[in-house]
Design a protein around this ligand. Structure first.
Ligand SMILES: O=C(CO)[C@@H](O)[C@H](O)[C@H](O)[C@H](O)COP(=O)(O)O
Ligand SMILES: [Zn+2]
Length: 196
């Protein structure tokens, strides 16, 4: 296959994954958005975590809340648990990499805050531990997953929301996760600040 054909194939696969995900994910995105709006209206905040590309997604989401998405509006409270290298390295060094997010959830999370937990496999041990910590703190979880949902799917409680991308390739799942994050930002702005 020549390289242009290969590149075109990525576009086509990404478009097809998004088309397949549209109807499957829309109700769960609406539920997740409503959960986040309830939390923000009650004075709570959203903590986000994930590894690799999903760490980037966590930061992408928190910056869109803290700064802005597509309109002028007040800053909204969100924290990416993926950014403080001193905290991350000391927890990993002194305890375990599996605890880098859960220790932050236990320190920063309050009952009613939301944990946005992102993992394409649903099997990252530090994200699973963050979910357990969120449950201990009485925080609802919005989980962005893929494949079969992994161990995350079985850890979630009925009040949590799983948004599971119907795909197997990590890159394709991540591409839909970013779209979901933008849908959530638009949902939050629309519900808190009115339709535009
Ligand atoms: O972005 C990519 C691959 O597209 C990678 O950095 C990827 O995020 C990393 O391998 C992660 O560690 C995968 O973790 P997870 O999605 O299975 O929780
Ligand atoms: Zn990636």
């Amino acid at each position: 296959m020549d390289m242009q054909a290969r590149i075109r194939q990525h576009f086509i696969a990404s478009i097809e994954t998004k088309q397949q995900a549209t109807e499957v994910l829309t109700p769960a995105i609406e539920r997740a958005g409503a959960r986040m709006v309830d939390t923000l209206l009650a004075g709570g905040k959203i903590l986000a975590c994930g590894n690799g590309g999903s760490a980037g997604d966590s930061q992408h989401f928190s910056s869109e809340l803290l700064n802005r998405f597509e309109r002028e509006r007040p800053s909204l409270p969100a924290i990416a648990l993926t950014t403080d290298s001193s905290t991350l390295t000391s927890i990993a060094n002194d305890y375990s990499y599996n605890e880098v997010f859960s220790k932050q959830v236990r320190a920063l999370g309050q009952a009613g805050d939301v944990l946005l937990a992102i993992s394409t496999s649903g099997n990252s041990a530090n994200v699973l531990a963050a979910i357990a910590a969120a449950h201990d703190r009485e925080m609802p979880v919005v989980a962005l997953t893929g494949r079969d949902g992994g161990s995350m799917a079985s850890l979630l409680l009925p009040e949590d929301v799983e948004i599971r991308v119907p795909a197997k390739v990590t890159a394709r799942i991540q591409e839909v996760h970013l779209l979901v994050i933008h849908c959530l930002c638009d949902f939050i702005d629309n519900q808190l600040f009115g339709a535009e």
